[in-house]
Design a protein around this ligand. Structure first.
Ligand SMILES: [Zn+2]
Length: 70
């Protein structure tokens, strides 16, 4: 009985580790444009023209991940 419990919590721990690993951002391709959806501003390097766009993008990304879970 207690063995089963141990296995369950071990599995839970493993799932948490996998979830954390998957949280890593997928590699973004440099396009020369701001990656924040509606912006499209040209950038010399990086993926966003300004910190606000980065915040926006991450907020949207988070919201999409929430939707996937639910
Ligand atoms: Zn931008």
């Amino acid at each position: 009985m207690s063995d089963e419990l141990d296995q369950a919590s071990e599995l839970e721990m493993l799932n948490t580790q996998i979830a954390l690993a998957n949280r890593q951002r997928p590699t973004m391709t440099f396009t020369g444009l701001c990656q924040n959806g509606d912006c499209g501003e040209k950038v010399d390097k990086g993926f966003f023209c300004c910190p606000e766009c980065k915040d926006d993008y991450e907020r949207i990304e988070r919201a999409q991940q929430h939707r996937k879970v639910a």
